[in-house]
Design a binder for this molecule. Structure first.
Ligand code: PMP
Length: 376
């Protein structure tokens, strides 16, 4: 897929060279870890040039990049990234969760901004070697993991607006603790209509760095009014799209039959294709449909949620993403009122969010053997 030009070399894991760090870092106490603050001893990096394709992969000590101030990533945002985790199971084995999904998404993101693509299985092989080398950083308790950040940037030195003639694909890794160290904490959302995260024909369905910086000011504004996250709406109909940097799920009860329906927005170009989203849908189809549920990817609006809430049919709402797996939602501020999302005052999570989290964690930590969990 990467190189149609025969001179361009594909990503070749057999060419990997490893330079081990001369000064291994001291491990922090797992309980003190703050998301994305500490990094492991090494990094994985592969350069790409238009003339030669992917050069030999390198694992080196974690270090600064040195880039000319004119490098295109700084001016035109040639950057895309992934977020995935490595887990340690009870036997001390390291596992990745559906890495093929992250590779496919990274390739789609890269292709959209004229960066090169790569052979997914080759990159996973390299990530495995990197993760193994820095495995001492992965805490073994449930809820802890090593957050991996594959990143691709355009590195050509030019202010000309055009496809980058060179690129760097690299991976750094950060040990992380549970998102909710003391158990779930249901969050409150502000439905955001004045700022739009993604639109049809846009790039909100790609994991480009350029999609994230513009969401911070709306987030600060929501926070100043006491809400932890934005609920991103789209269009006059006020379709519900995503919550912060998570996919949104709701559980509604049917007006007539009382049948429960798990709903998430469809992949129509305004939604990031979450790996967790896909996993929740697959497990729900397998495990909830036999219990009589409906599982649906469809558009739904704030008005529909409000009406269901008032009629006591909005059973639950939660965000889903790699960081927290699920994040239960208490209420949504919308049009000057609060839409109640079905939790009792004393509850921090609904049943569905809890079950989904348990199902996914059991697979991630290898307690349930599943094809999604890939041994390193
Ligand atoms: N939506 C957005 C905008 C995100 O940034 C993320 C995090 N990658 C997600 C959803 C959840 O995706 P995933 O389940 O792959 O982490």
């Amino acid at each position: 897929e990467a190189a149609s030009d025969s001179k361009q070399k594909g990503l070749d894991p057999s060419k990997l060279t490893i330079t081990e760090s001369p000064s291994p870092k001291q491990l922090s106490q797992p309980e003190t870890l703050v998301f994305g603050r500490e990094f492991t001893d090494h990094m994985l990096a592969i350069e790409w040039t238009q003339d030669n394709g992917w050069l030999d992969p390198k694992i080196t000590p974690y270090q600064n990049l040195s880039l000319d101030p004119a490098t295109c990533v700084f001016h035109y945002a040639f950057e895309c990234f992934e977020g995935m985790k490595a887990y340690k199971d009870k036997n001390g084995k390291i596992r990745l969760f559906r890495p093929d999904k992250n590779m496919a998404r990274l390739n789609k993101s890269a292709a959209r901004i004229a960066l090169p693509t790569f052979e997914p299985t080759s990159f996973v092989e390299l990530i495995k070697k990197f993760t193994k080398l820095d495995s001492r950083f992965i805490p073994s308790q449930r809820g802890y993991s090593l957050y991996l950040r594959p990143t691709m940037i355009g590195t050509q030195k030019t202010l000309g607006v055009g496809p980058p003639g060179s690129a760097l694909l690299y991976v750094i890794a950060s040990p992380v603790g549970p998102y909710y160290p003391t158990g779930f904490k249901a969050i409150s959302l502000e439905a955001t209509d004045y700022a739009v995260r993604a639109w049809p024909g846009g790039v909100g369905d790609k994991k480009l760095g350029a999609n994230y910086a513009p969401c911070i000011v709306p987030q600060l504004q929501a926070a100043s009014r006491g809400y932890q996250q934005n609920l991103w709406l789209f269009g006059e109909e006020e379709y519900v799209t995503e919550v912060g940097t998570m996919n949104m799920f709701v559980v509604l009860k049917d007006k007539q039959t009382g049948q429960k329906e798990l709903i998430t927005a469809p992949l129509d170009g305004t939604i990031l294709e979450g790996v967790t989203r896909d996993s929740v849908l697959a497990l729900a189809r397998e495990r909830l449909i036999p219990e009589g549920w409906k599982v649906t990817e469809r558009k739904y609006t704030m008005r529909e949620l409000d009406e269901a809430s008032q009629e006591g049919r909005l059973v639950e709402a939660f965000g889903a993403g790699t960081a927290a797996i699920v994040s239960p939602i208490r209420k949504i501020a919308w049009k000057g009122k609060h839409v109640d999302c079905g939790l009792k005052e004393t509850e921090e999570s609904g049943e569905t969010a809890l079950r989904v989290k348990e199902w996914i964690e059991a697979i991630q930590y290898g307690e349930e053997e599943h094809e999604w969990s890939v041994q390193v």
